[in-house]
Write a protein that binds this ligand. Structure first.
Ligand code: CP
Ligand code: NVA
Length: 303
């Protein structure tokens, strides 16, 4: 596997190996140990959208492994696919660096980068998928629940990039997911059919958030307005009313259900401050695990 574009492209065994590597590297760093497997290697990091977690955690992961991250703002290079074609950027970067990670609007941009690059390409979020997030989420679930297998996730909100990558993870790693979205914002049926073909009945869609959380181990939400959808903000906020993760919704779930959010969280919209700050919230462990998963991913792809 040269690239990491979609969890869907990866066999379950490889995903499990990445999770084991993440846990090992996490405990190594807890005792102050270092794995300098990427000494002398360089990662180019291309971002068309803002980022706190992804940018900093990839930069730190790369540095921790002895490597050198280079952050590239689109305006520095005249835009991705604007000053020159994506396929040229991929081939030129391949002559300079040992890996490329990219956060883009169109999913096809990372696909094209991977197609033309000689070095590994990592998807750091596209409009379609967010695979690094979903894998860090599985690592977090494994730490807080007995295991990830059999865990039930209630995803409340938009059938978006984060929901889609989580659905892929569920089908590969035998977790269950019910997605509660307002009409018109459901996860696409092709994805649902595809994941359920991999593992029967692993992902289900509903329009009823209360029913979705009844037997949930995890209540997960994400913004109603993803990056690039700012023009739809008002309409979306109105359409998602009733899909807030708040104390009342949490009351319908089992008492020990954990709260997850990929962040950034818009408190008072998709989640209340009270729930985000509650003892069952594991949102900061989740954010930390981006670093641990990505360290493993970089080691696997680039060393
Ligand atoms: N969750 C996540 O990807 O956060 P950033 O947009 O800050 O990278
Ligand atoms: N769905 C959100 C995730 C942010 C990490 C977005 O794409 O903006």
């Amino acid at each position: 596997m040269k690239d990491f574009l979609s969890i869907n492209n990866y066999p379950a065994e490889l995903l499990k190996e990445l999770l084991r590597m993440s846990a090992r590297l996490k405990s190594l760093c807890t005792v102050g140990g270092k794995d300098l497997c990427l000494a002398g290697k360089t990662l180019a990091m291309l971002f068309e959208k803002p980022s706190l977690r992804t940018r900093i955690s990839f930069q730190v992961a790369m540095t921790d492994l002895g490597g050198n991250p280079i952050y590239v703002k689109p305006e520095d290079i005249g835009g991705i696919g604007k000053r020159e074609p994506v396929k040229d950027i991929a081939r030129i970067l391949s002559r300079y660096v040992d890996g490329i990670m990219a956060r883009t609007f169109e999913h096809n941009t990372v696909v094209e980068l991977a197609q033309y690059a000689k070095v590994p390409v990592i998807n750091a979020l596209t409009d379609w998928l967010h695979p690094c997030q979903a894998m860090a989420d599985v690592l977090t679930i494994q730490e807080h629940c007995r295991d990830y297998e059999g865990v039930k996730i209630a995803f409340i909100g938009d059938g978006n990039n984060v929901a889609r990558s989580l659905a892929h993870a569920c089908s590969k790693l035998h977790m269950k997911m019910v997605i509660a979205s307002p009409a018109g914002y459901e996860l696409d049926t092709e994805t649902i059919e595809n994941v359920n073909q991999i593992t029967a009945d692993c992902v289900r869609q509903t329009n009823d958030p209360g029913a979705a959380v009844l037997d949930a181990d995890i209540i997960y939400t994400d913004t109603w307005v993803s990056m690039g959808q700012e023009a739809e903000k008002q309409k979306r906020q109105a359409d998602f009313a009733g899909f807030q993760v708040n104390a009342e919704l949490v009351k319908s779930a089992p008492a020990n259900a954990k709260i997850m959010h990929c962040l950034p969280a818009y408190r008072g919209l998709e989640i209340t401050d009270e729930v985000a700050e509650s003892p069952n919230s594991i949102i900061f462990d989740q954010a930390e695990n981006r670093l641990h998963f990505q360290r493993a991913l970089l080691k696997k792809l680039m060393s």
